[in-house]
Design a protein around this ligand. Structure first.
Ligand code: B12
Length: 443
């Protein structure tokens, strides 16, 4: 079958944040693409984060690839634009099949098909579901029993049981980078000298913070690629695509100490000469790990601190204390490893005092870069359940989904301060910490 996989655009490239040039590879669709291509299907990828345009133009570009099936990946704020693009595609060819997957659909499957332009949704890990759909359609067979599929049924919507996770992640072929049309577009000037790839060394997170959407798809289960697979992933990027800079998308790259040390050792032994950036947790690093990362080419460790108030930290389920963050900052500084700390403003029951404590804590930790997000209730998270229960939003409030972003918008406020104050605190923090930001790339 001929399938076109689409990354919809980010509509929020405006205001202050427009200056932040951040373009990340749609690794998820590159992975889906390579999986189904290996089994004989014909695949195209279009990344509208890079191309831009309006819904009509975008649909035209998609339809030029003459797809039989279009697969959109979908983050919550992009659901409305996915619907618009799909509607335009259907005007050109009403028989084209539109499938939507990704964190938004997995978090809110009952509303995935609310627009008739969307034919099917896919929940959870997508590779095997997509392949089964393509294989069955190719043979003209019924797909309604495919596990992980959301479909229309008896005037309603049926959500088939989610598929079990792939047991051994190493069976996955390397992402189809060759299908991304313009590799040089994936830049982030404060972090990387040139284009970079987003890599995954595993999937899932072992913790359960109330705002985080990781559990929604990955069910608090962490699966790893072997260190051999990770090295192969890097070598392929270096040797075949000339890419030497990477961001690991893993929630906590350092969760398995032994594997982290093994990967770092292999990077050195093979003289890969790369630069990379990882996300970790304060309680999953120590001097030996950070030192090994540094020697292997890691130039930044990102830590989610989230709040400077102990009660809030405990309420959100972070499972870490301020003292642990202080210790981690000390370890990172001793190892001369730059670090990025991210914070959330507007947690449930956050007050002026607790938000101030967060800003003060950011000052104390003095990370090389500090980011401040506004708490946003992504579908499927405990935070989302809270806002629905308290009737702050309606579960299917599709019109408002574009505001489900961490920056300059308040989607639903569970804190004890006003929306306006939240936005002001974010702006204050942005102004102060942007000025203090230490470049991770030396010009
Ligand atoms: C890289 C990344 C991005 C990149 C690229 C996104 C992308 N499409 O990959 C960019 C920078 C664009 C991005 C932006 C945002 N992101 Co982001 N991002 C990630 C990150 C770190 C990795 C994504 C990834 O590759 N995961 C691994 C792959 C294997 O998983 P996956 O993406 O879920 O894909 C699998 C399935 O979902 C499914 N699937 C996905 N798409 C499709 C499509 C089809 C057709 C099919 C069949 C299956 C399918 O199959 C895939 C393979 O198994 C994740 C965290 C994480 N570790 O996952 C957050 C994450 C996806 N992001 C998140 C958020 C909140 C955002 C923002 C909204 C934050 C913000 N700034 O406000 C923005 C979007 C802003 C906007 N206005 O549009 C949330 C998702 C919440 C949600 N419901 O949308 C996550 C989960 C972080 C978190 N832990 O909460 N992000």
């Amino acid at each position: 079958m001929r399938v076109t996989l689409v990354q919809p655009p980010n509509l929020q490239k405006s205001g202050e944040w427009k200056k932040q040039q951040v373009y990340r590879t749609p690794t998820n669709i590159a992975l889906l693409a390579s999986y189904v291509r290996e089994k004989g299907h014909e695949v195209n990828i279009i990344d509208f984060d890079i191309r831009g345009g309006n819904a009509n133009d975008m649909a035209e570009q998609i339809m030029k690839s003459e797809p039989q099936i279009i697969g959109f990946t979908c983050l919550t704020p992009r659901f409305p634009i996915v619907i618009k693009i799909a509607q335009h595609c259907k005007i050109t060819n009403k028989n084209v099949v539109v499938v939507v997957g990704g964190p938004h659909v997995t978090g809110l499957p009952q509303h995935a098909l609310k627009d008739p332009a969307i034919d099917y949704g896919i929940i959870g890990e997508g590779e095997e579901v997509l392949l089964e759909v393509l294989d069955l359609r190719e043979k003209g067979k019924d797909i309604s029993g495919v596990p992980g599929l959301i479909l229309r049924h008896d005037k309603g919507v049926r959500i088939n049981p989610v598929r079990p996770f792939i047991k051994n992640l190493d069976v996955l072929p390397l992402p189809a980078w060759d299908l991304l049309e313009n590799l040089s577009a994936y830049v982030e000037p404060n972090f990387f000298y040139g284009p970079h790839f987003g890599l995954l060394s595993g999937r899932g997170c072992a913790w359960y913070c109330n705002f985080c959407a990781s559990e929604v798809t990955w069910k608090r289960k962490v699966r790893f690629h072997s260190s051999d697979y990770v090295i192969n992933l890097i070598e392929n990027a270096v040797n075949r695509f000339g890419i030497r800079e990477f961001q690991f998308y893993d929630d906590t790259f350092t969760i398995n100490r032994k594997r982290t040390l093994a990967i770092c050792k292999m990077i050195l032994e093979r003289k890969l000469d790369i630069r990379f950036y990882v996300q970790a947790r304060a309680d999953c690093i120590d001097f030996e790990i950070v030192d090994a990362l540094k020697k292997a080419g890691c130039f930044c460790v990102a830590i989610g601190v989230e709040s400077g108030d102990e009660k809030i930290l405990s309420m959100i389920g972070k499972g870490e204390t301020k003292e642990q963050f202080r210790m981690a900052a000390k370890v990172l500084r001793t190892a001369k490893m730059p670090f990025l700390a991210s914070y959330i403003i507007g947690h449930p029951s956050d007050t002026h005092e607790s938000i101030r404590a967060t800003l003060d804590f950011a000052n104390e930790l003095d990370a090389d870069e500090s980011k401040f997000m506004i708490a946003t209730p992504y579908p499927g998270t405990p935070l989302f359940k809270m806002v629905v229960e308290r009737k702050i939003i309606k579960e299917d409030e599709a019109e408002n989904l574009e505001s489900y972003t961490w920056y300059q918008r308040v989607a639903a406020n569970l804190s004890l301060v006003s929306d306006e104050d939240l936005l002001n605190y974010q702006q204050e923090a942005y102004d102060k910490y942007e000025r203090r930001k230490r470049p991770l790339v030396l010009k």
